[in-house]
Each structure stands twice: as C-alpha cells, then as structure tokens.
Design a binder for this molecule. Structure first.
Ligand SMILES: *Cc1c(COP(=O)(O)O)cnc(C)c1O
Length: 397
C-alpha cells in the first residue's frame, strides 16, 4: 500500500463490543471506535444478523433501481431531522462534496453565476477529496496539489465579529457556510451557540446555505441524534457519515425539499450510494439507538469518563482543558506534557488501550456509545498506567 498512513504494528483479529484482540492474542479496550465510527462497538450481534440477512438477498443494484433499505433509511433520517430529502454516498468527504456542489448549484439557480463564495473555518476538516481539502481549514492538507478552486474563504472559528464583517462586504456573493458543530480533527473544539446562531442569521439574510458537517458529531455522539438539535439552529444541509454505518461505509446528505430541487436528474451521482447492505445496517443502528435508552445514557457515560480523566489529569498534571460533548472528548495537554499526544497514544497501546489524537496536543476519546461502565473504568485505569509508565521512563531517561 502507498505510504500515506503510518499504521501501528498491531493487526486486529477479532472484536466484541468495546474490546479487540490482535493476531497475537493481545487484548485492547477501544476508546477510539475506528475514529468515532463503531457507535455500537464491534460485531454487534443484531448488526451482524441484519447484514447477513441482506447479504443473502442482494448486495448491489446501482441507482438505476431503488431498494427497500435505502427508502426506509431516507424516511428514518427525514423523520429524525429537519430534512425532507436525502442523497446517499459512501463517506464523509463524498457527502460534503455533494453538499458543496449543491450549494453552488442552488445559488446559480436562484441568484445567478456570481454567488460562488464558500465560507469555512480555520482548523476545520471536511474530507480529503480535492474540493473538500480546498474548503477545509488546514493548509497542510490543501497544498501541493495544484491550484485550488476559487471562491473559498477561511475565517476564524467562533468569531462572530469576523463573519459578520465578511458578510457585510461579500455576503451577497456567498453561497454557503460550512461548519462542524465540534471541530473534530481540529482539536475537539465545540462551536458556541452564539456563533452557530450568528451564522444561521447571516445565511438567512443573504440567501446563503448553512451546511452542518456532522460527519463526526452525528448519530448520537453528542447525546442528541444530531448535535444541531442542541444549538437551536436549523441548517439547510446536514452531512452525516462515520457512525451512520457503525463501520460499514455510508454517508448521507440531508436537505429540504426546495433546496433539493437543484440536484435535478443527472446533476450528481454515485455508483455505490444507497447500497442496500450499507442502508440495511444504518437502519438497524438508528433503530437500536432510538428505540432504546442508549442516547439518554450518553451524558452519564460522558460524565463518568470526564470525572476519571480529571482525576488522572490532576494526579499527573496532564491536561490544561477537557472539552467536548457526549462521547467526543478532547483533552488538551498542558505543562510538561505539551505536544506529547502521540507518545501518550503509543504508551496506551502498550497498556492495551486504543485512543485517538487530534493534532499534537489533544488526546481525543470517542468510544462506542454502548460501551459499558466496566470497560470505561478499565480503560481509564489503563490510561493512568500508560501515563505513569511514560512519567517513569522520563524520570529514568
Ligand atoms: C472524518 C470527517 C470527514 C471525512 O469523512 P471520510 O469518511 O473520511 O471521507 C469529514 N468531515 C468531518 C467533520 C470528519 O470528521
């Protein structure tokens, strides 16, 4: 494989719930969930059953036909949200690509060819296709691939003054604003309610679309099915992927009836989008999350996790801030631990705990939403051991 990743020397062989075993039989507790993907843990029996049942029917028919799982999933997503129309694809980047194309086309249809500006925020992440890296707010991902598309502006995150000023001058040429309710890759930074509402108001005033990228925050991770439901705003377009298939690739773009009219026959497409295997699994995940008390337990699990983190943090003078929502938690490293996130991750692996980082200075935790209290506590113990081990190694070095 091309060397774009730097994978660890561990090869998983089997998973059950929030535990994983590698090919050598070592056990891990999973606080990473495949980057906020495996919302119901590994090998959930009802998901395995659903997938197997669909596998025994048919796997793929393309968009020359519809299929029952995709119709059912579109209905569920509309029922759960503001949306009236859904476009299916296979990943977060693809549904953001669709959202950005839709915003440009919608502006062309209603306002003519000059309304092309896209506003995004510093440190944001929207995927790795050429359009989505161009829009994302991390220069290192966007450069070195030739000229980026025009009309893209990056503003400071959570700065209402800056975006108000921008809209005063360029609002009428702006077709959309795209934001994450919590900047995930950018360091687990939640949007303020006030900023989200400012964006919503400016978009309405200037005929621009508000795109909520809920690829990481969606499907219950914040404690609400989608996090916009906590912010008292209603986006025009919402994108969702990661957790939606619980590990089976799927993404969806949600929008209103009237905006959807700009994706007329032939304007956009995807061979695998709406794949019945992916849609069958996503239906089951939504059913399991919404017809149980799992979502209402997210806050309690979150508090338990944060309490444990605070205790470890104080003991080892580890964190300068712990932030996030629900089960997407970022721990900013402070003092002597500054920029040591990768070392901590590696040490956790040695203790049998999988965690994530977001940049060099934030430890990111995104366990399965159904992780049990036992696994949560055991994971915290392993984190503490990993930190103690690092401290010891440093003292002797
Ligand atoms: C992961 C992520 C993406 C990209 O999703 P892929 O499935 O990797 O293409 C886009 N936006 C956000 C907020 C993400 O966290």
């Amino acid at each position: 494989m091309v060397p774009n990743y730097a994978p660890m020397q561990i090869v998983p062989a089997k998973g059950v719930g929030s535990r994983l075993w590698d090919v050598e039989g070592n056990e891990y507790i999973d606080f990473a969930a495949g980057i906020a993907v495996s919302v119901l843990g590994h090998a959930h029996p009802l998901l395995v059953e659903t997938l197997t049942r669909q596998a025994n029917c048919f796997w793929h028919v393309s968009n020359l036909l519809v299929n029952q799982p995709s119709i059912e999933l579109a209905e569920r997503l509309c029922h759960l949200t503001f949306a009236q129309k859904v476009f299916f694809a296979n990943s977060g980047a693809e549904v953001n690509e669709a959202a950005l194309k839709l915003a440009r086309r919608h502006a062309l249809d209603h306002f003519g060819p000059n309304k092309i500006n896209i506003v995004a925020f510093d440190h944001s992440f929207h995927g790795r296709t050429f359009f989505t890296v161009s829009v994302g707010g991390q220069e290192k991902y966007r450069q070195g691939f030739g000229p980026n598309p025009d009309g893209i502006f990056h503003l400071p995150f959570n700065d209402s003054g800056a975006i108000t000023d921008f809209f005063e001058h360029r609002g009428d040429e702006t077709c959309c604003v795209i934001l994450e309710p919590i900047q995930g890759e950018g360091g687990v930074r939640p949007v303020t309610k006030e900023f989200a509402q400012t964006i919503s108001r400016l978009c309405k005033q200037h005929g621009a679309l508000m795109i909520m990228d809920e690829v990481q925050t969606g499907v219950g991770r914040s404690g609400q099915f989608y996090m916009y439901q906590k912010l008292d705003v209603i986006p025009d377009i919402l994108t969702t992927a990661k957790g939606l298939g619980g590990g089976f690739p799927i993404g969806a773009m949600l929008t209103t009836d009237s905006i959807a009219q700009s994706l007329a026959v032939g304007t956009h497409g995807s061979t695998f989008g709406g794949n019945p295997m992916a849609c069958a699994v996503a239906n089951k995940i939504i059913q399991l999350l919404c017809e149980s008390d799992l979502l209402s337990q997210v806050d309690a699990k979150s508090r338990m996790l944060i309490t444990g983190l605070e205790r470890i943090g104080q003991k080892h003078d580890l964190f300068s801030e712990i932030r996030g929502e629900g089960l997407l938690i970022g721990c900013e490293l402070g003092g002597a631990w500054k920029d040591q996130a990768r070392d901590i991750l590696n040490s956790c692996m040695k203790e049998g705990l999988m965690v994530l980082v977001a940049g060099t200075n934030v430890l990111r935790l995104a366990p399965a939403l159904n992780i049990n209290d036992n696994d949560l506590q055991a994971g915290l113990e392993r984190l503490e051991k990993a930190v103690s081990r690092l401290s010891r190694d440093r003292d002797t070095a």
